[in-house]
Design a protein. Structure first.
Ligand SMILES: Nc1ncnc2c1ncn2[C@@H]1O[C@H](COP(=O)(O)OP(=O)(O)O)[C@@H](O)[C@H]1O
Ligand SMILES: [Mg+2]
Length: 299
């Protein structure tokens, strides 16, 4: 089943058409990376999914139910972490989650169980300080716990890592990866390395449309690169190859990167065979997301 299906979504602000027919399917399970530059329309898309913005055209289904602008029925499936989450910062994390559980009508006993589970998950159990003094990373982690309180089928996080340092980013990515057992995760970002780290599926939003989407592994293996990593048994051989082929660059004592140019991989192989150079390994490199993105953006 598709957890979220967006079809031909259009949205303009004044004379600026931000979404020009976005079509996107988020399969159930896994971690979905919604990628786009600043201003591409990621937040606009997410707010439309939550029924907070009225689309000009198009349909959205959450767990096969249509989203209706201004109504919240489909939001019972969704946990949402906005790009700039706001809290009552005089509360402690435990008080805050209890409060959120109460206003959403959760059972008292369930609030306690779920609260403790989630504080543990996001590394805030035993945190007795008020939210006021929290770092951005701690606030994001608490925001994820809050979004997960009602056991949503779909967790939507709007740029959860963008304002964080590398350690804070890693903590968030680890949490998102861990929760995919409980819920489908959809997060937006412009940081491609975050996507490469944890996403199973991706969509690139560019120029108002989704210009590439699918399973990350399939997208990567579907694109061939002309780059190879070569490892020789002996150091001297690696140096010989680097001198002989301008396409070769040393990347370690016995390691080279070979990018096909005037010489192809076959010519390199022929040379290896002629000189009886012993090889420890040859591997074709996977394209980076960055290079794939640049390719579609240039078209
Ligand atoms: N309420 C609004 N009124 C006018 N323009 C808006 C509004 N919301 C967003 N925009 C514009 O729409 C574009 C997409 O914004 P946004 O969805 O926030 O992008 P992203 O989240 O990908 O950075 C931007 O150019 C932004 O200025
Ligand atoms: Mg945004």
């Amino acid at each position: 089943m598709e957890m979220l299906q967006i079809t031909n979504l259009k949205k303009r602000f004044g004379d600026k058409e931000v979404l020009k027919g976005v079509t996107l399917a988020v399969p159930e399970g896994g971690v979905f990376g919604f990628i786009g530059k600043n201003g591409a329309g990621k937040t606009t898309t997410m707010k439309t999914v939550l029924g907070l913005l009225k689309p000009d055209e198009g349909t959205i289904l959450v767990a096969d139910e249509p989203v209706v602008y201004g109504q919240t029925a489909t939001n019972r499936y969704i946990g949402y972490l906005p790009d700039v989450p706001e809290f009552y910062d005089f509360m402690t994390p435990s008080e805050y989650l209890t409060f959120c559980g109460e206003i959403t009508g959760m059972d008292k006993k369930d609030i306690v169980t779920r609260r403790e589970e989630l504080l543990e998950l996001v590394g805030l159990s035993g945190e007795k300080h008020r939210i006021k003094g929290f770092s951005r990373g701690m606030k994001q982690r608490l925001g994820i716990a809050q979004a997960l309180l009602g056991r949503p089928k779909l967790l939507i996080c709007d740029e959860p890592t963008s304002a964080l340092d590398p350690v804070g980013r890693k903590e968030i990515l680890d949490i998102l990866q861990a929760v995919k057992e409980q819920t489908t995760v959809l997060f937006s970002t412009h940081i491609l390395s975050d996507v490469e780290r944890i996403c199973t599926d991706i969509a690139f939003l560019h120029d108002g449309v989704v210009c590439m989407q699918g399973k990350l592994s399939e997208i990567k293996s579907g694109k061939r690169t002309e780059e190879y990593r070569i490892e020789t048994e002996r150091e001297a051989d690696a140096r010989t190859l680097a001198e002989k082929f301008s396409e070769c660059a040393l990347s370690g004592e016995r390691q080279l990167l070979f990018r096909e140019g005037k010489a192809t991989i076959f010519e390199l192989m022929r040379f290896l065979a002629d000189k009886e150079i012993e090889i420890a390994g040859v591997e074709r490199m996977e394209p980076s997301l960055e290079s794939l993105f640049m390719e579609v953006v240039k078209k």
